[in-house]
Design a protein around this ligand. Structure first.
Ligand code: FPP
Length: 258
């Protein structure tokens, strides 16, 4: 399937005749190392990470990106020291307090994907409010994965489908990939075109496991708090060199094979 044949997804508007908007997903990694290099507490690395997120969100729409999904807190991050978990839990508040009015005004639709269980009622209220305020927006989509894990999300989706079957609303034979995708937290967003991981690490860390099926991976040697427009441009330039075949062969090779 070519990029132009991608199925329609709710969420971002594009001009007639312009290339389809991209979905970029980012593992925002390296806050701790950034802080350590400067002799600072890790908490300040995470706060600097919020500033990098702001820079990236404002650069993305200008670069042909319609969806940005960022990994803010994983289901595995609960195993960090309590003080660091508390700091990480405070980041959405820090971000929304400073930016939600601007996001709302600038046409950004914010969704927070991940388990609500475990989050404080104040944080759930904040997240619900950010989503409600921006739900009508269609220019750009920001998905923040928070208390998110790919395996947890697939498990939750399977459980929701099983509940539908148990309630008699679905039959097991109804299930196919498209239907299952609709039960995931990312339902309504296209799959990511490219998954970016700064900080030099080269792994997925339980991010978008189902959705990553045909994503390209770009690894960058920069710590997340230093990330900005130029790094995003470099990631897209690298992505543009990739030949995406979705398991098929290109037309020239079909002819050559005779
Ligand atoms: C991983 O780096 C990063 C995190 C666990 C947190 C990422 C969060 C942000 C960048 C801010 C998010 C903002 C919102 C609104 C949720 P690390 O701390 O594991 O870095 P290290 O590998 O260098 O130790």
């Amino acid at each position: 399937m070519s990029a132009a044949e991608k199925p329609p997804f709710e969420g971002a508007s594009t001009l007639e005749g312009s290339p389809p908007l991209l979905h970029v997903a980012i593992v925002m990694d390296g806050n701790g190392r950034w802080a350590k290099q400067r002799g600072l507490p890790r908490s300040l690395g995470h706060r600097a990470g919020v500033e990098a997120l702001k820079r990236t969100v404002s650069a993305a729409p200008k670069l042909g990106i319609g969806w940005l999904t960022v990994f803010g807190f994983s289901t595995e991050n609960w195993s960090r020291p309590a003080a660091e978990v508390a700091e990480l839990m405070a980041l959405p508040k820090r971000y929304f307090e400073s930016d939600i009015a601007r996001l709302e005004r600038e046409g950004v639709r914010v969704r927070v994907i991940g388990r609500r269980a475990g989050l404080s009622s104040e944080l759930v209220r904040l997240v619900d409010d950010a989503q409600a305020r921006t739900d009508h927006n269609r220019l750009f989509n920001l998905n923040i994965a928070f208390n998110y894990g790919g395996q947890a999300d697939i498990t939750d989706a399977a459980r929701r489908f099983a509940e539908e079957v148990a309630a008699g609303r679905r039959a097991p034979q109804d299930l196919d990939e498209a239907l299952f995708g609709g039960f995931l937290a990312t339902a309504g967003s296209p799959p990511p075109d490219v998954i970016v991981r700064p900080s030099g690490e080269q792994r997925l860390s339980n991010f978008l496991l189902w959705e990553a099926a045909y994503a390209e991976f770009v690894f960058q040697d920069v710590l997340w708090p230093d990330y900005g427009e130029d790094h995003l441009k470099a990631a897209l330039a690298e992505f543009a060199t990739r030949d995406r075949r979705y398991g098929a062969v290109v037309a020239d090779d079909v002819l050559a094979a005779g």
